[in-house]
Write a protein that binds this ligand. Structure first.
Ligand SMILES: NC(=O)c1ccc[n+]([C@@H]2O[C@H](COP(=O)([O-])OP(=O)(O)OC[C@H]3O[C@@H](n4cnc5c(N)ncnc54)[C@H](O)[C@@H]3O)[C@@H](O)[C@H]2O)c1
Length: 454
């Protein structure tokens, strides 16, 4: 491998910069960065790699709340369901009933314990595996799917550690199989419209953005079924942003993260944790085993990300205090600003001075996916239709042999926010650098396919 090959993996460190730095600088680089670069360029990128064109045979692992919701939407989009897996037989059985009610053959069920998904992944008649299990299972299920020759789509928040982020990238590159995160908020009506406005130049040069997951989940976290069985535990493990991608994904798309820009570094800080303690005090009987838990995740985590090109992003996470639902979904540039919840827009020279206007005036930027599929999306539902649009689009990409809109590099970079925020919080909000999962290819990459669809 020559120096130029290595430079393609180094991204910012061009041959000229290496020479300008002189021998001493180059020695430092060769010790650390060149090794990383060699590793990053060891495999071919999965950017813009099309799915093998076919009518995908689909399997679903995890038939709980989210899994059955996704299944209903997959069936509405005529996906062919081959196999279902859950550790709870009744849940898998209920989901199988949904498949049969849609007129399909009864899918094969995998319900013999927590590792039975491996047998599902070994089947030869599956092309695409959807993973909707608790967070701690996403990684190993994604790896098993790819290593057995399947494309895989995992639920948010993707994977949970930096090692897992690197591992899904390497496994996707080695196996040539896609690993994407099912970040449904990127397909919301407002989000897709604003993305097209950004690319239409309506906001000018972008400056800053803001995203959030503010959702009062206290009842759900203490439930004795569904997410209450596992999600509260995450609040005993980490202090930071546990669930960043709903707010961040759309803003990353507006800014072209991995497509001309990249996350540079993050600083993160958390408020005190009070919400889950208070809920427990108000609702639990003495002697309840949940009194033994120690919650360490601050009720409001605020992280700031600086991109390589200097833009700033605020990401918030708050699920354990009273607050109406809010993803903020803000993007601002030299010509104007959009902010959601409720949606409002101000474009200089268009809207009355100092006054927000309505998004309804920008319907010419309606996304083609919503123009084509919006009616059915609203009818079948899934967070106002965006879940259907996401799955319809995923199936469309496979059916037509197109690269996925969101790939393993997006999955790794968006997943990385959580562990990097934990590190920053633990270090007193010190800045923490993002790695470059793309091996330097982020800078020259074309804009997101969601933005450019006609
Ligand atoms: N994108 C969204 O809007 C959205 C909404 C809700 C949940 N989610 C995500 O979906 C995932 C699932 O959440 P949920 O609300 O459905 O939780 P849930 O607890 O209702 O469902 C999880 C299911 O996984 C099963 N499971 C657990 N371990 C398993 C294993 N080893 N093998 C097979 N099955 C196993 C459980 O029995 C359960 O049925 C989570 O990652 C969550 O963050 C995303």
């Amino acid at each position: 491998m020559g120096l130029d090959d290595l430079n393609s993996g180094l991204g910012l460190w061009t041959r000229r910069r290496l020479l300008q730095m002189g021998a001493a600088g180059a020695v430092t680089l060769s010790a650390v960065d060149l090794a990383k670069a060699a590793e990053a360029t060891a495999h071919h990128s999965m950017m813009e790699v099309p799915f093998a064109k076919r009518e995908p045979r689909v399997a679903l692992i995890g038939t709980g709340g989210r899994g059955t919701s996704l299944l209903g939407l997959l069936l509405a989009a005529d996906a062919q369901m081959v196999a279902l897996c859950d550790i709870v037989k009744e849940k898998a059985g209920h989901a199988a009933g949904m498949v049969e009610a849609a007129g399909q053959k009864k899918p094969e069920l995998y319900t013999d314990g927590p590792h039975h998904y491996q047998a599902l992944c070994q089947r030869k008649d599956i092309d695409l595996v959807i993973v909707a299990t608790p967070w701690s299972w996403h990684y190993e299920m994604a790896i098993a799917a790819m290593k057995n020759g399947k494309d895989v789509a995992i639920e948010v928040p993707g994977v949970t550690t930096m090692e897992e982020c690197w591992s899904i990238v390497r496994t996707s590159e080695e196996t040539r199989k896609h690993c994407m995160m099912l970040e449904n908020c990127c397909y919301g009506y407002n989000e897709t419209l604003i993305l097209r406005m950004v690319h239409g130049g309506e906001f000018g040069d972008l400056l800053y953005g803001e995203g959030a997951y503010i959702h009062d989940l206290r009842d759900e976290l203490f439930s004795t079924k569904g997410e209450g069985l596992w999600r509260r535990t995450e609040h005993t493990r980490h202090d930071g942003n546990l669930y960043p991608s709903h707010g961040l994904g759309p803003v990353a798309n507006y800014m072209g993260i991995q497509r001309g820009d990249k996350f540079g570094h993050i600083v993160s800080m958390s408020s005190p944790q009070r919400g889950l303690d208070k809920w427990r005090k108000d609702h639990l009987q003495p002697g309840d085993p949940r009194w033994a838990e120690k919650y360490i995740c601050g009720d409001m985590n605020t992280s700031l990300i600086k991109t390589a090109k200097g833009l700033t992003i605020t990401v918030k996470h708050a699920v354990s205090s009273p607050h109406p639902y809010d993803r903020i979904n803000l993007i601002a540039g030299t010509k104007g600003i959009f902010e959601d919840y409720p949606p409002r827009i101000y474009i200089e020279g268009v809207n009355k001075e100092d006054t927000f206007g309505s998004l309804d005036e920008w319907k010419k930027y309606d996304h083609p996916l919503w123009s084509r599929q919006g009616e059915i999306a609203k009818k079948v539902g899934g967070h106002g239709g965006m879940d259907f649009i996401m799955l319809y689009r995923l199936l469309e990409c496979v059916r037509n042999g197109i690269a996925p809109d969101m790939d393993v590099y997006d999955c790794a970079a968006w997943s990385a926010i959580a562990p990097l925020s934990y590190t920053s919080v633990a270090r007193g909000s010190a800045p923490v650098e993002f790695p470059d999962f793309t091996g330097g290819k982020w800078e020259k990459r074309a804009v997101s396919a969601i933005a450019t669809q006609a």
